[in-house]
Write a protein of this length. Structure first.
Length: 234
């Protein structure tokens, strides 16, 4: 399928058959559907983590797949799609997932698959409560971290190994303190892809996570100018 898409807008206070104020927006470039609560940031500074995204292009390969675990609205997936064979983008939160799918469709990207599941351990499989702590969907977690929870949402969790994805060259994971649970039950996936490089967020020194990665023979590198971002590499 080679269909491209455009946006048709209608005023919210008008009937659907009122065509007086129709507006057509045609998009011929990468398109990012982003949370409006942060519009001033995006106007002034552009995409979040843009420097990091630009750098990790060197970790991608056009003959290897990428996993974007905790894809949010697709900033990494859309930016890196042309540098990868295929990207599997996991995002469990409903409205954030819809934004991810819309961004991929409007960008006319064919090699990104959006997956509406959270990833975790075997003990976490099934329906779990996601704590939403910000209007932009960032920071949402299944853990009780004493955050001010704005609302909750039911999500479904599977293990990464259950998806049987192979030929992976690079993994980006940002799942708000669930990284260890995800990776412990991704060991077949990691092994079958010869232990790809992993970019992960760590907001505090997580001894268990670091020790687990080192047991797999990964070296851990703190990325310059990114206090909470690390690269696990062989």
């Amino acid at each position: 399928m080679s269909c491209k898409y455009f946006i048709l807008t209608k005023p919210c206070d008008k009937n659907i058959d009122d065509d007086e104020n129709n507006q057509i927006i045609s998009l011929n470039s990468k398109s990012f559907i982003l949370p409006s609560c942060r519009i001033n940031y995006y106007i002034n500074y552009g995409l979040s983590e843009k420097s990091l995204i630009s750098w990790v292009k060197i970790l991608c390969s056009k003959d290897k797949n990428m996993l974007d675990i905790g894809a949010h609205t697709g900033t990494y997936s859309i930016s890196l799609a042309e540098h990868c064979k295929h990207i599997y983008a996991f995002e469990p939160q409903k409205m954030t997932y819809y934004s991810l799918c819309g961004s991929v469709a409007l960008s006319n990207i064919k090699n990104v698959t959006c997956i509406n599941y959270g990833l975790g351990s075997e003990e976490q499989i099934g329906v779990k409560i996601l704590n939403i702590i910000s209007d932009d969907g960032g920071g949402s977690t299944i853990h009780n971290n004493n955050y001010n929870v704005l609302k909750t949402e039911e999500i479904e969790i599977k293990t990464l190994d259950s998806f049987n994805i192979d030929n992976i060259g690079f993994i980006k994971i940002d799942v708000e303190d669930n990284e260890l649970h995800v990776l412990k039950f991704a060991q077949n996936t990691l092994k079958n892809s010869n232990y790809p490089k992993i970019l992960f967020e760590m907001n505090y020194y997580n001894t268990e996570l670091i020790d687990f990665l080192k047991e797999l023979k990964y070296n851990i590198i703190n990325i310059n100018n990114c206090n909470n971002m690390y690269l696990a590499t062989m």
